[in-house]
Design a protein around this ligand. Structure first.
Ligand code: F0G
Length: 492
């Protein structure tokens, strides 16, 4: 057996055959890293069941997208070839998860499945108390209703849209303290999900008890899926202790974040992902989880806590909307699959392949001069459509135009994260201009192969070829809230 074969079998990194390209981006990552996209990594799983993909012709796709009002949310999934709309709830469960479904205990109270979930949360994350919820936003709703009041402030790195909406819904305000590197497209720092510690301290000093809590989103979805370092987590925790403010995490993608820490933070290179996860979690008073991401289930979530007092305060809100404390909107079988998924989602071999896929896509696009956020985040590649299509003004939504073009060209569905999603200013009713016009290509877990990603890369090559001919879009019908979901468009 030669070295390459041995590497493949042991799930080690295998060199991508472009030495030059490899040398160019070594500046931000050590050469051993999976997350620099220089290696193709063998998936540590094989296929047992397949789901056919329907492949339409380009002509057919032109008709489909026109009928969908040029909004990709209105496409039928059967008309999509590679669906990169989201990595949320779109992962493939393992044989162990499917087997666990059979053991679901559907009792309303005292379900064995709940206690199995509780044990998995304690084993992986170290939190003793768990409130299950139907998905992440169920956890956000119950938690924020219980801990926030009008006029409060929440600060930390940039929260996800639904988190922001739940915080603002109870009349609280967010002070975004994401580090400035995150806002620079050119910056290739390893931890662009970090908090600006000086800004955080200023807020804590100036706002005192008005700061209800500090929230760290890991990885930071709103900032390109970028990770936060353990050094930064510890600095934030130190400030929270000093200013006596509680610290909570949004852990939708905590395992990917832990893997980045292992790869990029020298001090933790020899630590296992499990040990890093425990080290991350030990600083938090609690965590909110959308299990549809790193726990690789199609539906589910939870709130994990240490304090019985807080558990008691949140419980009524969860019972009101989610269900009794031993199921919270999930069936017993869902909790079984989630318990298994928490273990599988933190396996290093799986994570190496997963993060490697995202990096491979990002670096391949970058090599073709498609502008993407680098280094790639854990779950998605973010294309800077404003830079790629400079002839389209921001209010003709270049990222939506690019999304339409890549759907027509290759049947790929991404999502606009730009000025359509920004919406309108609630006071002036003016359209808000996004900081960057991004098209997000989120990669579902354990679903697509190298060949599928190569199809995405080839599609972008073709689109880049005729990019000057791509036109922007204007609203046909503009939805009053969360307009990206349900507005329709016409070509500008
Ligand atoms: N927190 C983060 C960081 C998220 O990315 C999401 C969802 C949520 C919370 C809410 O969880 O969907 O289970 O209610 N993100 C999805 C996405 C929708 O496409 O990025 P949920």
């Amino acid at each position: 057996m030669n070295e390459r074969q041995s590497n493949l079998l042991h799930n080690r990194r295998v060199e991508f055959p472009f030495a030059l390209f490899y040398a160019t981006f070594m500046t931000y990552a050590a050469c051993e890293n999976a997350s620099n996209g220089a290696f193709m990594i063998m998936p540590p799983y094989k296929t047992k069941m397949v789901e056919p993909i329907r492949i339409l012709t380009k002509k057919e796709r032109i008709v489909k997208i026109r009928r969908a009002g040029y909004n990709l949310f209105f496409l039928k999934s059967e008309d999509v070839t590679i669906d990169l709309l989201t990595d949320s709830g779109t992962g493939a469960m393992s044989e162990h998860q499917w087997a666990a479904l059979m053991e679901g205990d559907e009792s309303y109270a005292g379900s064995t499945s709940f206690f199995r979930l509780k044990k998995a949360v304690a084993d992986i994350l170290g939190f003793r108390l768990v409130i299950p919820t139907h998905q992440g936003r169920g956890a956000e709703a119950a938690f924020n209703k219980a801990v926030l009041k009008k006029g409060d402030i929440v600060t930390g790195n940039s929260p996800f849209d639904t988190t922001r909406a739940h915080i603002e819904h109870v009349g609280a305000t967010i002070v975004d303290a994401t580090c400035k590197e995150a806002f620079s497209f050119k910056n290739t720092s390893a931890f662009k999900g970090n908090v600006d510690i000086k800004k955080l301290e200023r807020t804590l000093k100036q706002c005192g008890d008005t700061v209800a809590y500090v929230l760290l989103t890991m990885t930071c979805n709103s900032m390109g899926g970028q990770p936060i370092s353990l050094a930064n987590i510890k600095d934030v925790a130190r400030l929270c202790t000093a200013y006596k403010r509680p610290l909570y995490y949004d852990i939708a993608r905590f395992a990917e974040n832990a893997f980045f820490i292992q790869e990029r933070e020298k001090k933790y290179r020899t630590w296992s992902v499990h040990a890093i996860v425990r080290e991350m979690m030990k600083h938090a008073d609690g965590a909110l989880m959308s299990a549809k991401k790193d726990a690789i289930v199609n539906m589910g979530g939870f709130i994990a806590l240490r304090s019985a007092e807080l558990y008691g305060r949140i419980s009524p809100y969860s019972i009101l909307n989610e269900g009794f404390l031993h199921y919270g909107g999930m069936s017993g079988r869902d909790m079984e699959a989630l318990a298994v998924g928490l273990h599988e989602g933190t396996e290093e071999k799986y994570l190496r392949h997963r993060v490697g896929q995202t990096a491979y896509l990002a670096e391949s696009l970058h090599r073709m001069n498609v502008p993407v956020i680098r280094p790639a985040g854990g779950h998605a590649v973010y294309v800077n459509a404003g830079l790629m299509l400079p002839h389209i003004p921001w209010n003709n939504f270049p990222a939506q135009a690019l999304a339409i073009a890549v759907y027509i060209e290759g049947g790929i569905r991404g999502v606009e994260i730009g000025s359509i999603m920004e919406g309108r200013d609630p006071n002036t009713r003016e359209s808000r201009r996004a900081h960057t016009e991004l098209l997000r290509l989120a990669i579902p877990r354990r679903v697509y192969s190298q060949e599928h990603l190569d199809h995405v890369i080839e599609t972008f090559r073709a689109v880049a070829h005729h990019k000057k001919r791509i036109s922007g879009v204007r609203f046909r019908h503009e939805a009053p809230i969360l307009r990206h979901f349900s507005s329709t468009f016409r070509l500008a």
